[in-house]
Design a binder for this molecule. Sequence first.
Ligand code: SAH
Length: 343
Amino acid sequence: MTPLTALSTIRRMEEGQLPAPEELARLLSPDGEVLRDALFEAADRVREKHCGKAVHVRAIIEFSNVCRCECAYCGLHAKNSNVVRYQMTEEEILAAAKDAVEAGYQTVILQSGEDLSYSRETVGRLVSSIKRVGNVAITLSLGERPFADYAYWRECGADRYLIKHEISDETVYNRYHPHSSFQNRLACQRELSRLGYELGGGFMTGLPGQTPLTLANDLLLLKKMGVAMAGIGPYICHGETALRGNPDGDVNLTLRVVAAARLLLPRANLPSTTAVNVKGGLTNALNCGANVIMQKATPYKYRNLYDIYPGRDSKDVPLKEQYEALRAQLSALGRTIYENGDG
Ligand code: SAH
């Protein structure tokens, strides 16, 4: 493909046309790299038009690193006996959520490994209690659970659920997730949408086995599943996993994929994911389509134990300070924090 045809792919996507998978794959292949600036500029225009300058800021509380799964890329997989496991109590989780709300965060994301010791009722109670703290939206990210759990938490007031498809190649997905299946993951996504959750999807870039065509299909799958939010982050290699020794995903490629996601999903919430932030891509992500920032609000004594991938932060900054530093950073970029209530 000549640069000219790839440029017309960008133009047509900006006008709302759906590209063929092969065409999108070419744009995301190494050959498409020369059009990076054109892609970023188009994504920035679409973000400005549909989302404006306001950035949604979310606080993520990683309340347990206990996990029954065996994901090939994740440092917290069940068989990693080097992990010091923790489980926050209900009181600790509620206190962390209150802290986040008081600091200014308008969405609280509760995330954990697949830890079934937090029962349907416990999580439901947490959701209702946090809802009483203030006008706050709640996102759950607890992996695959029985559909009755999802239904109950929705009744308790949960607004969104984040569960990524991780990689759209079914064979590779099933190899990396021996405890479950690609079809089950998608069934969870469909059920969550049916229950009225705002569905958050997403995937990693640079996972071994992923090609430009996989990436194109990853993006088109987001569209097909009707996600309201998509977290796209680089794979970061963890030395205590089945995939140890593989290279990290490339941040530059990740940003091109985020930009393409913006063209395909003009109104979606697209975060600069924590993995992008770890790799220093935050500012760039906001200039190529992202309109959401996810920041950690996990108490410091647990933060570095949530070792999904290496490169976690360790400076003990109070949440209010973290929030205000972000406000200053955004303002320097000509952006603002969305503060009109998410809940
Ligand atoms: N257990 C829940 C919560 C997920 S962990 C679930 O399964 O949905 C949150 C996200 O971290 C995952 O969806 C995955 O995309 C990302 N992640 C895990 N390991 C990673 C790694 N090594 N590099 C980059 N991202 C990773």
